[in-house]
Ligand binder design. Structure first.
Ligand SMILES: [Zn+2]
Length: 301
């Protein structure tokens, strides 16, 4: 290559040809849509008996790797979906096998775990190795676009309200030239389990949840009978079940708009406690109900 001096005129350059700005995707690669129903525990799904979601396949009880939204989503974006709790299996081996399942999901034969390295991040792999468009729409501020999980996404949006999956649908686009990956983090199933039309002033208030931090220095603190009002907790669980029934109708619309052959995964990032063993919510909770999550996947029905 000849080096050019500062004042020397630049030699004529060949006219730029069409340079592909992305990796050419493998033929037949499927769109992938991962929907995370935030905080939805497995038995709420069973109680709701969602008919549309049932068309995707039989729901499994699986287990999350983390009890809180941020680490759980990071783990998911490493390509690790909620696990089946297998015995006598090494973690690294399970991870490799779980990753190779993407070969079927994406209809991309011959995927290799080593190609996921060194980033170990699914959007990076999908975008830079397989030529996918990568998008995320999230409901929880803890996943906002400034956080570390926003890496190698073409678009990443924190939705204006925390509980409106339907508002995501109109923003989804698909291309015939390149497959798309969408991560949708859905908030209707998150506390206070509110559907989008509900007046926020009518949302439930648990004195412990809203007051325990505010009045931490007051004496005496909220007592346990106030925190664990059994009727309120039962109603809250019922609201999460109703949120699933409402979302089932939104899934009907989602399934209508997805191109045929799109692979859909619906799961949760962690479960939720509704007063069992005096726990509420998720996060600093070590209880099987915060680990149990629903999991279903398949080609869009
Ligand atoms: Zn969460």
């Amino acid at each position: 290559m000849r080096l050019r001096r500062g004042k020397e005129p630049a030699p004529p350059q060949p006219a730029p040809g069409p340079v592909p700005s992305y990796v050419q995707p493998p033929p037949g690669a499927r769109n992938l849509v991962v929907v995370v129903l935030d905080s939805l525990r497995h038995d709420s799904w069973l109680q709701a008996e969602p008919e549309v979601l049932g068309r995707l396949g039989a729901v499994e009880r699986r287990y999350t790797y983390a009890t809180w939204t941020a680490p759980s989503h990071y783990n998911l974006l490493m390509g690790l979906l909620p696990h089946t709790n297998p015995v006598e299996v090494y973690a690294s081996e399970y991870y490799k096998q779980d990753f190779l399942r993407y070969s079927d999901r994406l209809n991309v034969p011959g995927m290799e775990f080593r190609r996921l390295l060194p980033s170990i991040f699914l959007p990076t792999y999908l975008k830079h190795t397989l030529g996918y468009r990568t998008h995320a729409m999230v409901s929880m501020p803890v996943l906002n676009p400034h956080t570390a999980v926003n890496r190698d996404f073409d678009s990443f949006e924190l939705m204006p309200t925390h509980n409106d999956m339907a508002a995501m649908l109109g923003k989804m686009t698909f291309s015939d030239e390149r497959p798309s990956f969408y991560l949708l983090n859905v908030g209707e199933t998150h506390y206070p389990y509110a559907q989008p039309g509900e007046d926020p002033s009518k949302w439930p208030r648990i004195s412990g949840v809203h007051g325990v931090f505010k009045h931490l220095d007051d004496q005496p603190g909220p007592d346990s009978t106030e925190f664990f009002d059994a009727t309120t907790l039962r109603e809250l669980h019922g609201r999460q079940v109703e949120a699933v029934r409402y979302l089932d109708g939104v899934f009907a619309r989602l399934f209508d708009l997805l191109p045929s052959n799109t692979w859909v995964i619906v799961t949760s990032d962690h479960g939720e406690l509704f007063g069992e063993d005096r726990f509420f919510g998720h996060g600093p909770v070590c209880h099987e109900k915060v680990l149990e999550v629903p999991f279903v996947e398949g080609v869009v029905p």
